[in-house]
Design a protein around this ligand. Structure first.
Ligand code: UDP
Ligand code: MG
Length: 210
């Protein structure tokens, strides 16, 4: 092991010879608190947080050839083609090297979901779903002031519609497989994190005891 030949095989097979990382998908409407809670989970449970939206925004900033297309889609609240987002996620996982990832804001539709599974062969360990009323999400988005192109009322309405029509079916898909951990996300951050902790803590203990 660890010979030049092994390295060459690894290189040729991509990640095929490496151990697949463990992935938790973090889903919920825009403004449901995914990013905020992911930061808390990272701090307590040793995961690496990958926000699909943040990776796409970084891709725009980097001046890549897809940048303008991505920017236009985000502005319209539309879902960027799967291959673009999946490539960014794969690259981020490989470069990071951790074995546990929170993938936040992805998959956003059935096509995203199926393509991710086909390309990476990774099945999520579970799906953390932040359930929040539109009224509360709208209030948060309009108050957060992060200078995002898509946090205006017109785009927010479009994002809500895409969430209901395209993203909720993904949650339903995993619900049918018994993989969804649903959190009441309409409460203050600390209270929501208490509920989140209860989901990750047993898993954490198991790993620590092993
Ligand atoms: N987006 C996308 N595919 C993804 C994640 C994000 O196309 O897998 C785009 C989409 O246009 C979305 C925007 O990026 O509306 C912002 O996503 P983000 O997850 O940052 O927003 P949030 O839901 O956290 O407010
Ligand atoms: Mg986010």
């Amino acid at each position: 092991m660890g010979t030049v030949v092994d390295a060459a095989i690894k290189e040729a097979n991509g990640s095929a010879t490496e151990k697949k990382p463990s992935v938790v998908f973090v889903l919920g409407g825009p403004g449901s608190g995914k990013g905020t809670q992911c930061a808390n989970i990272v701090e307590h449970f040793g995961y690496t947080h990958l926000s699909a939206g943040d990776l796409l925004r970084a891709e725009i900033k980097s001046g890549s050839e897809n940048g303008t297309m991505i920017q236009n889609m985000i502005k319209e609240g539309k879902i960027v083609p799967s291959e673009v987002t999946i490539k960014l996620l794969q690259k981020a996982m490989q470069e990071n090297g951790n074995e546990k990832f929170l993938i936040d804001g992805f998959p956003r539709n059935e096509e995203n979901r199926a393509a991710f599974e086909n390309v990476t062969k990774i099945e999520p360990k579970f799906v953390l779903f932040f359930d929040c009323s539109e009224e509360e999400m709208e209030r948060r988005l309009l108050n957060r002031n992060q200078g995002r192109d898509d946090d205006n009322i017109e785009t927010i309405r479009k994002r809500f519609k895409v969430f209901l029509e395209s993203s909720l079916p993904v949650v339903k898909y995993y619900e049918a497989k018994g993989k969804v951990q649903k959190i009441d996300a309409g409460k203050p951050v600390e209270e929501v994190f208490e509920a989140v902790k209860a989901i990750f803590a047993p898993e954490h203990d198991k790993v620590a005891a092993a």
